[in-house]
Design a protein around this ligand. Structure first.
Ligand code: PEP
Length: 255
């Protein structure tokens, strides 16, 4: 069974004080018995402080990125050991802003994925096509390549620690959401690629999140689709007023 997985990516927002305040609100409302997984990825500077707020709660701590190298002369980078040291259990790798603004390619992303998994960190691997790629009819090909390259060398037993986030680049932060049907169709395609790379059983248990302008008013219809198992949420995860209704999309399991 795939447990719904709602993750918030706070990007380059929030001071330590603001991050702690929001984390406290979420912890108070998201209970242990929530039949979902919830994660937040604050900026690096707030990880340590937020980590102590989340201790013993039902909310997991995530990081937005990590270095491809384990340690050494890498000015400005944050290592997998540093993330684990502050209590991070998930790392987002290959977010479209890393790919398209900071030039990260599949090879670098694959290095990060393998390093994170080798150190027992859960990975959210982001994939997704640009608008131009969708219009050219190559969305599936692009996503397939990102999966094949990003997961190269990842063994099937490690795949259980990987979540895929399908985030069409044109839907991120734009207010444009893929229709639930289009998103579901790509999720089906992702399962097909995973079946080819691994096997049917691995594809069946793989959690695939949708990301791209997820809001309280569209989460329910997205989550109603068979192959959409969760959401990676940017803008709407920055305030409890918008993030809590997304976490509680089907009501009844949290206040
Ligand atoms: C994201 O940052 O991964 C994202 C999907 O952002 P937004 O929800 O703001 O589109």
């Amino acid at each position: 069974m795939r447990v719904p997985f709602i993750a918030g990516n706070w990007k380059m927002h929030k001071t330590i004080e603001e991050a702690v305040a929001l984390a406290k609100e979420l912890v108070a409302k998201v209970r242990d018995n929530v039949q979902k997984k919830v994660m937040i990825a604050p900026p690096f500077t707030a990880l340590y402080a937020v980590s102590s707020v989340l201790k013993g709660s039902a909310v997991f701590l995530g990081a937005q990125n990590m270095a491809a190298a384990e340690k050494g002369a890498h000015t400005g980078e944050i290592s997998v050991h540093m993330l684990k040291d502050v209590g991070v259990s998930y790392v987002i790798i290959g977010h479209s802003e890393r790919r398209h603004v900071y030039g990260e390619n599949d090879q670098l992303i694959n290095k990060k994925v393998k390093l994170a998994l080798s150190k027992d960190l859960n990975v959210i691997l982001c994939v997704g096509e640009t608008l131009e790629e969708r219009e050219r009819g190559i969305a599936e090909k692009v996503v397939e390549e990102q999966l094949v390259n990003g997961l190269q060398g990842v063994e099937s037993k490690e795949l259980t620690f990987v979540t895929i986030a399908y985030e069409p680049v044109w839907a991120i932060g734009t207010g444009k959401t893929a229709t639930p049907e289009d998103a579901d169709a790509m999720h089906v395609y992702i399962r097909k690629v995973i079946t080819n790379l691994y096997d049917k059983a691995a594809a069946a248990v793989l959690t695939i999140q949708y990301g791209g302008s997820v809001k309280p008013n569209n989460i329910k219809e997205l989550m109603a689709k068979d192959n959409i198992d969760g959401a990676l949420v940017g803008g709407a995860s920055l305030e409890s007023d918008t993030f809590l209704p997304i976490i509680q999309f089907n009501n009844g399991d949290a206040e």
